[in-house]
Design a protein around this ligand. Sequence first.
Ligand SMILES: Nc1nc2c(c(=O)[nH]1)N[C@H]1C(S)=C(S)[C@@H](COP(=O)(O)OP(=O)(O)OC[C@H]3O[C@@H](n4cnc5c(=O)[nH]c(N)nc54)[C@H](O)[C@@H]3O)O[C@H]1N2
Ligand SMILES: Nc1nc2c(c(=O)[nH]1)N[C@H]1C(S)=C(S)[C@@H](COP(=O)(O)OP(=O)(O)OC[C@H]3O[C@@H](n4cnc5c(=O)[nH]c(N)nc54)[C@H](O)[C@@H]3O)O[C@H]1N2
Ligand code: SF4
Ligand SMILES: [Mo]
Length: 732
Amino acid sequence: MSEKAITRRSFLAGSAGVATLVAGGFVGFGSWKQAKAAEKTEQPVLATAHSMCNACSSKCGFTAYTIDGKLRKLIGDAENPMCKGKLCARGYGYSQIAYSKDRLTDPLRKNERGEFEAVSWDQAYSEIAEKVASIIGSDGPQAIAAVQDPRPSGKYYTTRFVNALGSANVYTHAAACDLSRASGFLQTIGASTYSSDIVNSKMTMFIGRNYADAIRPSSVAQLQQAHESGARIVIVDPRCNNTIAFADEWVPINPGTDLALILSMAHVLVAKGLYDQEYVKANGVGFDDWAAKLVSYTPTWAERITGISAGIIERLALEFAEAAPAASIEQGWRAAIGSAYRNSGETARAVCLFNTLLGCWNQKGGALFTSTVNSGALDEGRFPKVPKPAVPLLGLDDYPLANPATGSVLQAAKLAKDGAIKGMFFYQSNMAAGYANPAYLAEALGSLDLMVVIDVQMSETAMLADYVLPDTSYLERTEIPEFIDGMVPAVALRDQVIDKVLPNTRPVDQIYGELAEACGVGEYFPFTVEELADAQLRTVGLSLESLREVGTSFFADKAYAYGAVPIWNTPTGKIQFTSDACVKAGLTATPEWLAPSVMPGSDDFRLIGGKQPIHSHTQTTNIEDLMQITKDYDLTRVWMNADRAAQMGISDGDTVQISSSVHSGTVRVKVTERLNPTALWIPSHYGCSSPEQHTAYGVGLRQMDFVPFHIEPAYGSAMTEEVIVTVKKVGA
Ligand SMILES: Nc1nc2c(c(=O)[nH]1)N[C@H]1C(S)=C(S)[C@@H](COP(=O)(O)OP(=O)(O)OC[C@H]3O[C@@H](n4cnc5c(=O)[nH]c(N)nc54)[C@H](O)[C@@H]3O)O[C@H]1N2
Ligand SMILES: Nc1nc2c(c(=O)[nH]1)N[C@H]1C(S)=C(S)[C@@H](COP(=O)(O)OP(=O)(O)OC[C@H]3O[C@@H](n4cnc5c(=O)[nH]c(N)nc54)[C@H](O)[C@@H]3O)O[C@H]1N2
Ligand code: SF4
Ligand SMILES: [Mo]
């Protein structure tokens, strides 16, 4: 598939053309700009620069090759820990965003008729500042909030700006991604994630995590290596996803029941005494309480819930015992334990406790706590400290287990609807299309007095805004460094690699700096992004110049060593088999079976979703070449189990109407043996409802439209798969 995409890419130079130009030699992007400024360049100038992809949050490092400031090709940097030399198809395809005809070109303001009109930057800033002042005047700074998708500069500048206004309310997309996972892990092991050492493992189980479709190139490479070196790889997924290419077994579980599987595997280990008793004793608190609950979770009990035979469950548990401590349940990301169900947070807790039974933490082949290096303290004269906001992040009272680093943006939406939050800023976030039911979000965000969206194209979220501010694309701006967690911690840079395409766009650092100035808090932004990047890098022995040379730099002296006893950063300082905070939040002390909030019957289905390798969330479907792959391979179809389809008289390619309690839509069907019969699987990228995205608009269905607005108790997530749908054939 990607080969096809690559041959179509119009920006790739023919190799003969490149060869001629190479004769002129390569220069860095900075030198190219100087040459251009001096206007002495008669011959086309080739330049190269390191930067980072922005098509998903993995931020793979690459070298960009340009001719006269225009992008010609990208090559993944071999040293970069995220890509290890290979970008994925999205990484190549998404670079076209810079030249997209649907880019936002000017600041926009919505007029009384609800239409956008172009305004000057100064006018936008001064009107926004006026509204900010009025909101703060009447409701205090805590009525201001922001949402950002964690990118290096986006995160830093959004937080700094909102904090400077006196508000702590900065949220991320976590509530629709990995909030339950991070929060459940925090309750149990005091860390929001870990890394399974797949390559050195004897056995790794993936529960709703799909390396081959929800791609990070280095993870795919690791999995391939693990598979080739004999690690036993087990995929637990209602769908036989493409990771099966590197796996030994597919466990086609009923969706939403992973907790029962884990509890009953734990039952087997505890009942047979096949767990690391010494490890549990030394590191855990409350084990006996969990063990008492596990007694009833026999494989026979779990078979009825999960649809997986008791024999298979017992075998998997015994295989784990045999492989321990070089074994683990992989950390997962989104599906099943991230934000899908009423039991996602509790499933995440159980995952950590199961790994504890294996005694695999920080063991070779087990589950590791690698580390990152961070920027040290900066000179406060040049980079003034922003005072800590008086009121803490809103929403944590209602969802007390939500990871405090991200909060629950859905509770923020509710607060907007109720009028407690009145002004919201969005940076690189398409909340309205992806974080929960879009109709609810449109209403909630529609209640705001001020909504400002900074984006590169007219997203569904931007459509709702009062002001839309056009960012430069990621290829056109320099950001602050990205510190990368790993076996050897690293740092990489997103740098400007092409000349600005649209003259009236501005980079994120400039936008927030100028907004701050207009809002009267400009004193917190008296530096350029280059100065900040350089200062941060100098605290770790590097400089902007030295990082630009190499793209990625490693901290070899901080390399991971197996065997270290982790510091369990929980209230008890132990691995918490029982948690007081969970009890306070209305859950059980130890993870017990908690059924999903809805269950499909024999006439309907649970709608589940997932990634396709050529798209990211909602942000890439407007890229023509990526969407062409969708069309060529008919990728908008929903998957339906072959037996169920036969029973309903539905054939491959038929058109069906899918209806949930809140939405209905028609789509074509892919009939397959590769899906659990209780599930209907929908790709999560389609159904764009912004007419200004001319390629993506109206193609396919949007998963989130079918999901009612509801929030996982205690954890604050979107419960994206707590939805039952009926299916009716409407056309052959
Ligand atoms: N429908 C749907 N919903 C989803 C998902 C899905 O696959 N489909 N996935 C879920 C998951 S796992 C996650 S992590 C979240 C992700 O949710 P988000 O982080 O909101 O990601 P996207 O939906 O891709 O929206 C990103 C927005 O950023 C804009 N953007 C892209 N580049 C730039 C830039 O350089 N500058 C600025 N200012 N904006 C830019 C895009 O145009 C787009 O509007 O969504 C969750 N919800
Ligand atoms: N191509 C692509 N890659 C991406 C992204 C992207 O948008 N596109 N986004 C990145 C981001 S932000 C994220 S969060 C990750 C997400 O990474 P993943 O969590 O791996 O991705 P998903 O596709 O959401 O879900 C993985 C699998 O879970 C299965 N699943 C659904 N429901 C259940 C269930 O109840 N139980 C079990 N056991 N399995 C279930 C789905 O069938 C799917 O195959 O991907 C990252 N990589
Ligand atoms: S995984 Fe693909 S889309 Fe994500 S950063 Fe890497 S190359 Fe870009
Ligand atoms: Mo995500």
